[in-house]
Design a protein around this ligand. Structure first.
Ligand code: GRF
Length: 189
């Protein structure tokens, strides 16, 4: 089960790893937080069922929690992977699936995580702080943004000439390696 809010490049990396045989898994369902995003097109191309849901689309946060929880209970996935998912996961879902929800974040957590640190903002902050090393982190999802226990991290260098965009590209390449490799380790320890 994969949840995505964006272009879906991490979702694609998971599917590529499955195709190449390095990841022994299948994606049962994609949950998208809004219509029209790249991840939905990727799922359609791979014949993976898609549901689109958010508090806004469901009418209220409580209804979103109810519908998301019901869908996940019906699917009963071995692992729930947030791959570029930007919304908060409702607490009832986290409690029910404790230890089974993972997220990929484009920094070396605990640095540059939490509310407001998403997308290009993460890399802008790393560059303005003149950090020499950044990277990406896979962590367990808990009720606070980006605060769950770290499962795996991968470092990348930050060069003086980097823009937030060049750094984002370098980090994303590593996300595409780290996420499928971490899923494989979790599913087949
Ligand atoms: C990635 O940097 C991911 O870590 C973040 O969203 C970015 C885009 O992800 N959460 P994707 O291309 O939609 O997988």
């Amino acid at each position: 089960m994969v949840l995505a809010s964006g272009s879906g490049s991490n979702f694609q990396a998971i599917l590529n790893a499955i195709d190449s045989g390095s990841l022994d898994a299948s994606v049962s369902h994609l949950i998208a937080s809004k219509p029209g995003i790249g991840a939905i097109q990727i799922a359609s191309g791979a014949r993976i069922p898609v549901s689109i849901m958010s508090a806004r689309l469901c009418g209220s946060p409580a209804e979103f929690e109810k519908q998301l929880l019901q869908l996940l209970k019906d699917q009963n996935p071995a692992l729930i992977v947030l791959a570029g998912w930007l919304l908060k996961i409702p607490s009832g879902v986290i409690q029910h699936f404790e230890g089974k929800i993972i997220n990929i974040h484009p920094s070396l957590l605990p640095d540059y995580g939490g509310q407001g640190f998403y997308g290009i903002r993460v890399h802008q902050a790393v560059i303005s702080d003149r950090r020499r090393i950044s990277g990406c982190t896979v962590h367990l999802v808990t009720e606070e943004f980006d605060e769950g226990p770290v499962i795996a991290r991968k470092q990348v260098p930050v060069y003086p000439e980097d823009s937030p965009e060049t750094l984002a590209t370098r980090v994303l390449e590593q996300e595409h390696q780290l996420l499928p490799a971490t899923i494989q380790k979790l599913l087949h320890p």
